[in-house]
Design a protein around this ligand. Structure first.
Ligand code: HEC
Ligand code: HEC
Length: 393
């Protein structure tokens, strides 16, 4: 008995050693709480972490139609996902026109539990593929006020820099409770989360993911995606609140090598080229109900606004008030850690089509066309510095 125990302990430790590299530093992983959480906040973070990685089966509510079986399977280690876990959205082809639910929109559920037919994409409809983004640092972004976001919007490009930037105005779900930092606009609110900024807050993003990605109903979203009927909640309100808390208190990615000479040079070039017009480096939160999120300066490299990215990135489908060619500027923090959760390679841009950081930059068009051309015209030394800087984020 004793011997068997020893053998299994050896086996477990032996196995871990090979899977988990020994010396991963704090700045090399995305998972982990923001600093300064109280004891009770830490335990809610932990409850949310467990729920985020809970795997669903037929027995605990999965499906009948679904895309994946846990939040963590698409956002591994809270990082970007592999294109194997890409979502497909379709049904809305114009801004401010509700998605056509009769053809199965807004999301394709391409898997099903035994006995059910998975959905397939109707022929000829425009669709968008979304590669899972990292979910780190979102509490800081959700703590900002709508006014802070609006301060950078420039829909008519009055400053003449070729860059406009507009919010995605979203009709809120009926469970949405506006906070003091939200600002209504004709009954709609500014979206902040998702590739097109279609989710106003982390609650909407979370209950939408349960419902659309895993076929899990809640009191917030009680309608089953396959039957269109209301069902008993398959996940509790408490679990959803724990996940939202977890997302709010996941730490922001920590830059590596910020003092490296090439990184410093690359950062300067990033500003000189005006990449920073959309990828705004620095923000400061106002007061927040979570002390660790209050009055904190952080570096996400996004403006949370939509930009015209040109015809090559126009998929013909959309969400909310966004045009089909508009995308929300993604945060660049954690960029260099992407391969760690994407199978050792980069899959960037909304659908993972860019296989390197340089490819992602060269795919910029529309409002970023001139800036992209300026990047392409740089000396190879300057290009290398920008790429080194971006990898350090
Ligand atoms: C099938 C894969 C998949 C599953 C499962 C999944 N997600 Fe996502 N997640 C995505 C994709 C793809 C996006 C981008 C979606 C969009 O633009 O609307 C996303 C976006 C998000 C975002 C917004 C990130 C940002 O920066 O804007 C959050 C937060 C999030 N997911 C949390 C969750 C939670 C919580 C769960 C489980 C309840 C979950 N996800 C399940 C694929 C997935
Ligand atoms: C007009 C606004 C704008 C400007 C200017 C801009 N970007 Fe972007 N950037 C975006 C948007 C929007 C996306 C996402 C497009 C998509 O997903 O299809 C993006 C995506 C990226 C990505 C991929 C991120 C990821 O996680 O997939 C990188 C890297 C990037 N930009 C770097 C740069 C650099 C470097 C510059 C300057 C040379 C720059 N950007 C200028 C708006 C901009």
């Amino acid at each position: 008995m004793k011997r068997l125990f020893l053998v299994s302990v050896w086996f477990v430790f032996g196995a871990c050693e090979r899977i988990i590299p020994e010396s991963l530093l704090e700045e090399e992983v995305l998972d982990g709480p923001i600093e300064g959480l109280s004891k009770s906040e830490q335990s809610q973070f932990l409850a949310g972490d467990i729920a985020f990685n809970e795997v669903f089966f037929e027995d605990n509510g999965l499906g009948p139609l679904f895309v994946a079986t846990s939040c963590g399977s698409c956002h591994p280690g809270d990082g970007k996902g592999h294109p194997f876990t890409t979502l497909t959205r379709f049904g809305q082809t114009q801004p401010n026109v509700a998605p056509d639910l009769t053809i199965g929109g807004p999301q394709l559920q391409n898997r099903a539990i035994p006995g059910y037919e998975p959905e397939s994409l109707p022929e000829g409809v425009p669709f968008m593929k979304f590669n899972p983004p990292a979910v780190t640092g979102l509490g800081l972004l959700s703590a900002l006020t709508d006014q802070q976001i609006l301060d950078n919007a420039d829909p008519f490009d009055l400053d003449g820099d070729g860059i406009s930037g507009v919010p995605n105005y979203i009709t809120p779900p009926d469970y949405f409770i506006p906070q003091w930092y939200h600002q209504p606009f004709n009954g709609q609110f500014i979206g902040r989360f998702g590739k097109k900024a279609a989710a106003i807050d982390l609650l909407q993003q979370t209950v939408g993911a349960y419902n659309q990605d895993m076929g899990i109903t809640s009191t917030f979203e009680p309608i089953d995606t396959s039957t269109g009927l209301s069902t008993d909640p398959e996940v509790s309100d408490q679990t959803i609140r724990d996940i939202v808390f977890y997302l709010r208190t996941l730490k922001d990615p920590i830059q590596r090598n910020p003092n490296d000479a090439q990184v410093i040079k690359g950062k300067q070039l990033f500003t000189d080229l005006n990449c920073s017009a959309c990828h705004i480096p620095e923000w400061t939160t106002p007061q927040s109900d979570i002390a660790s999120l209050s009055e904190k300066t952080f570096y996400p490299y996004t403006d949370l606004l939509l930009h015209d990215m040109g015809p090559a990135l126009d998929d013909g489908a959309t969400e909310g008030s966004a045009e089909t060619y508009e995308w929300k500027t993604p945060a660049l923090w954690g960029l260099g850690l992407s391969p760690g959760s994407q199978g050792g390679a980069y899959f960037l841009m909304h659908d993972g089509r860019a296989k390197s950081i340089e490819e992602a930059i060269v795919m910029h068009g529309g409002e970023a066309e001139q800036i992209k051309n300026d990047f392409v015209a740089l000396s190879s030394e300057d290009k290398a510095a920008i790429l080194k800087f971006l990898e350090s984020l």
